[in-house]
Design a protein around this ligand. Structure first.
Ligand code: ZN
Length: 461
């Protein structure tokens, strides 16, 4: 069951409660809604001696979407070994969609405008070439955004719940586990953990496609380059991936006899360890450690093994719940509905908007907040009868100095020219869109630039 977070009146996190209990707290007036997403109650009394149950925050970092899951952990058991009865209940889950592509596109646009300005006879922008020093630990902005998003949510969840440990999927496979001598041909087919590590390794090494016909998106079989019938070994260096038809056709021939000497050559080269740990996951690991909580790491092979053994479907949040060796034997996931979180950004810093040719056409004020609202706030607008925009709208607001706001509803509809006095706040913008809100709506409103509605855009006429 997806629980509701509860904090006491001094913002100390308590145990998350069942939605029914949350409703009771609200109807009896013992608590008030504190945050809308993720839904959090604030009690009207202090609970100084509260001892909330420990929770483990589990993360499956992905390039587009990161899975998050809060799983109950037992306080008594030593680290990495949770055996309590209640351990293994997923109390909350989320799927965080990153905005890496949007960040990339915006930077490409900016670069184009700057380059153009240096070329043309226009306000002078000196050529810059000797200022390209990158600080230690620099990451491309699209990756940095992904990391910052994840870090933000880790910190947020730590404020709302009693998170005592973190699990993160760090690498795709574990070369140590793979090189155990007991891995034999039969074992990886019967689903031992080492077999999953081996399979992930092979997928990475052979580019997730058939080594012979380069087919992608088909079921791949682990295939012996020198067949077993001809004393081929079960070492990773003698294994590749092939689709069923290729495997069949190859029969008892070696890869060379089958007409693919390059496969035989590539098999000899081991995949570098560095390729297994990608840079941004490693950077995330460093940042998670900086929170001061114990961080357990797991491999992609282990995640898959955990998930398959528990008969769970593949989703980002279930993958997150299955990360690491500490995953409890039974995971209670019934009724959990992940909170869908989409990175939407906080607007832009650009003070001068340009047209499509890079010519400056509008300027912003330093202010972002007008009449108590800021672009990106979630609002409800009730426009009385007799006006052009009559009706009730709930959505993200786009503010103007004139007090004529736009509201973009969840379906992506934009209602323009709503007077600020008809608008009431529901939640302050925090850089994310939630649930069914049209994904990327706020992104496009900023990046197209053609409609002249940058955040905090001053009025024009
Ligand atoms: Zn094939």
């Amino acid at each position: 069951m997806s629980c509701v977070f509860v904090v006491d009146t001094e913002h100390r996190p308590l145990d998350p409660v069942h939605p029914g209990a949350a409703r009771r707290l609200l109807s009896r007036g013992q608590a008030a809604a504190w945050r809308r997403s993720p839904f959090t109650l604030i009690l009207k009394r202090a609970v100084p001696d509260a001892q909330p149950h420990p929770l483990r925050l589990k993360l499956d970092p992905g390039s587009r979407t990161t899975g998050l899951a809060l799983v109950t952990a037992s306080p008594a058991a030593p680290a990495g070994e949770e055996t309590a009865v209640d351990a293994g209940r997923v109390v909350w889950a989320g799927e965080l969609t990153h905005r890496g592509q949007a960040v990339h596109e915006k930077l490409v646009t900016r670069r184009a405008i700057r380059c153009g300005r240096r070329q043309r006879h226009t306000r002078y922008r000196p050529a810059r070439f000797a200022n390209r020093r990158r600080p230690e630990g620099w990451l491309p902005p699209s990756l940095e955004s992904r990391l910052a998003n994840t870090e933000t949510w880790v910190r947020r969840l730590c404020l709302l719940a009693n998170v005592t440990a973190i699990s993160q999927e760090l690498v795709k496979f574990d070369t140590q586990a793979m090189q155990h001598p007991e891995i034999s041909g039969a074992e990886y087919q019967q689903g031992a953990l080492a077999g999953y590590e081996l399979r992930e390794y092979l997928l990475e090494k052979w580019g997730r496609r058939c080594a012979y016909c380069h087919a992608t998106g088909v079921p791949l079989q682990v295939e012996h380059i020198v067949p077993k019938t001809r004393n081929g070994s079960d070492c990773a260096s003698n294994l590749t991936l092939a689709c069923a038809p290729c495997n069949q056709r190859k029969g008892t021939r070696t890869a060379e006899e089958f007409g693919h000497p390059e496969v035989q050559a590539q098999a000899q080269r081991p995949l570098r360890d560095a390729a297994a740990v990608n840079a941004s996951r490693w950077a995330l690991f460093q940042r998670l450690r900086a929170t001061g909580l114990p961080v357990e790491t797991g491999t992609g092979g282990r995640t898959k093994w955990n998930r398959t053994r528990r008969g769970l479907p593949k989703t980002h949040w279930l993958d997150a719940a299955c990360v690491g060796a500490s995953t409890p034997e039974h995971l209670a996931v019934e009724g959990v509905r992940p909170l869908l979180i989409t990175g939407a950004g906080h607007g832009m810093r650009q003070m001068c908007g340009t047209n499509m040719y890079g010519f400056p056409i509008r300027h912003r004020t330093r202010r972002k907040r007008f009449f108590g609202f800021q672009t990106g706030d979630l609002v409800r607008a009730v426009v009385p009868a007799g006006l052009k925009t009559t009706g009730t709208y709930v959505g993200r607001v786009l503010v103007r100095a004139s007090g004529r706001f736009d509201v973009v509803t969840a379906t992506g509809r934009r209602v323009a020219g709503i007077g600020h006095r008809y608008v009431r706040p529901l939640a302050r913008g925090d850089g994310y869109a939630y649930g069914d809100e049209t994904r990327g709506t706020r992104e496009t409103s900023g990046s197209t630039g053609g409609d002249g509605n940058g955040p905090g855009e001053p009025e024009r006429g």
